[in-house]
Design a protein around this ligand. Structure first.
Ligand code: GSH
Length: 87
């Protein structure tokens, strides 16, 4: 299997702006230390989906308010946010 080098994005905390939420990108909201999220992260990498599913690491000790308000009301990781458009 070919290895893919990936620069890990910086962890987002309460001072961070949200990514563009409705730009059609699929995102894995994660935490690098979370074992639940690590399983999804490993599967994403194993399937070679690094370009299709972007990592958005969240600081669980200092979570951005927008994460709970706009992404995941349970305020936990992980979640894979997929956008579906109905035309
Ligand atoms: N039910 C979730 C659990 C995920 C979970 O508990 N994640 C932890 C990090 S490992 C978390 O977000 N904790 C923050 C909190 O509970 O407020 C699952 O199975 O995926």
């Amino acid at each position: 299997m070919a290895s893919v080098k990936e620069v890990l994005p910086p962890v987002l905390d309460s001072t961070s702006q949200p990514p563009p939420l409705f730009d059609g990108t699929t995102r894995l909201y994660t935490n690098y230390q979370c074992p639940f999220a690590q399983r999804v992260w490993i599967t994403r990498n194993y399937k070679g989906l690094q370009d299709k599913i972007k990592l958005v690491p969240i600081d669980l000790a200092n979570r951005p308010a927008w994460y709970k308000e706009k992404v995941y009301p349970e305020n936990k990781v992980y979640i894979v946010a997929i956008q579906v458009f109905f035309l």
